[in-house]
Design a protein around this ligand. Structure first.
Ligand code: SF4
Ligand code: SF4
Length: 290
């Protein structure tokens, strides 16, 4: 592809892309080095999606609003994912890179590839780009904004890289204090692995030393709607010999909510949010004056 703009340097182009992303609503922005994705399996690295990739841009934002966190009806978040907003900003960056700078750019699809595997681990990309670190349950926490949805653009445009953060965001100071008093953190208290939940761990010297996250149990809890639920109910309904029962299943509240979640959220919530709801990292941004 022809390079249409040789005037701006790498740092200038990075600044211009960051400005575009932030103006569109991104809260975090960083660039990772494609050579650093050695922890990702072969086939799921940046150059597997875009040969010749020189930079991996990570943006984050579109998090639930303060009102969403204040709502006791947590189910509403399953039907109103805001993830698509951050993906739209990534699309805008890809467009700018190709049209203004003349380099190839691919917005990493937010869905999954074969084997239910992501095309590229956005969490790994976010860590390498210094946008945050993993929480106990695996979601990325930005030090300033806590939980954010992520989107990634892989491009042949060379940009200056950012570095991973020096200090993990999780466990936060209030969590360390709570652990010292009670042996639990806010998230392990709401989803305790020893009593049917998914999380546990030991904190030593202010860091998780022995962390545990039951991903299978968490997934089973989270995916009560959306595509996996649709597949289950569809198979069940097709196997149902009684016409009236079949009709009942297809018109059930569960199936209806499943269809709503699929059509109104571009991707399933990766979390039931209960561990994130109590996370103190961005507690201040979830409170309004009145
Ligand atoms: S997302 Fe829900 S089920 Fe999964 S670890 Fe957090 S609180 Fe537990
Ligand atoms: S509440 Fe948040 S910061 Fe604290 S341990 Fe859990 S995920 Fe980490």
């Amino acid at each position: 592809m022809k390079n249409r703009d040789n005037s701006a340097s790498g740092p200038d182009k990075k600044l211009s892309l960051e400005k575009t992303a932030r103006k569109a609503g991104a809260l975090v922005f960083g660039v990772a080095d494609p050579d650093q994705f050695t922890a990702a399996p072969v086939g799921r690295r940046p150059r597997d999606l875009l040969p010749g990739a020189k930079s991996v841009i990570v943006i984050g934002g579109a998090k639930p609003r303060a009102g969403d966190w204040a709502s006791p009806k947590f189910e509403h978040m399953e039907l109103s994912s805001t993830n698509d907003r951050i993906t739209a900003i990534a699309m805008k960056l890809s467009h700018t890179i190709e049209r203004e700078f003349g380099y190839y750019a691919v917005t990493t699809p937010p869905g999954v590839d074969e084997g239910q595997q992501p095309f590229l681990s956005m969490s790994l990309a976010a860590e390498l780009a210094g946008c945050g670190t993993r929480s106990l349950a695996g979601t990325i926490l930005s030090p300033d904004h806590g939980f954010v949805y992520l989107a990634v653009v892989i491009t042949t445009l060379p940009l200056p890289f950012d570095k991973p953060l020096d200090k993990p965001v999780c466990p936060a100071k209030p969590c360390i204090d709570m652990y010292e008093e009670t042996g639990r953190t806010p998230c392990t208290a709401v989803c305790d692995a020893s009593s049917g939940g998914c999380l546990s761990g030991k904190i030593e010297n202010g860091q998780w030393q022995d962390r545990y996250y039951d991903a299978a149990r968490c997934t089973a809890r989270v995916y009560n709607h959306w595509i996996p639920s649709f597949q289950k109910i569809l198979a069940d309904s097709l196997d149902e010999p009684d016409k009236e029962t079949r009709r009942m299943k297809v018109n059930s509240g569960l199936f209806t909510r499943t269809l709503w979640s699929m059509t109104y959220a571009n991707i399933s919530q990766g979390q039931c949010f209960e561990c994130i709801r109590v996370c103190p990292v961005d507690a201040e941004t979830r409170k309004l004056g009145k």
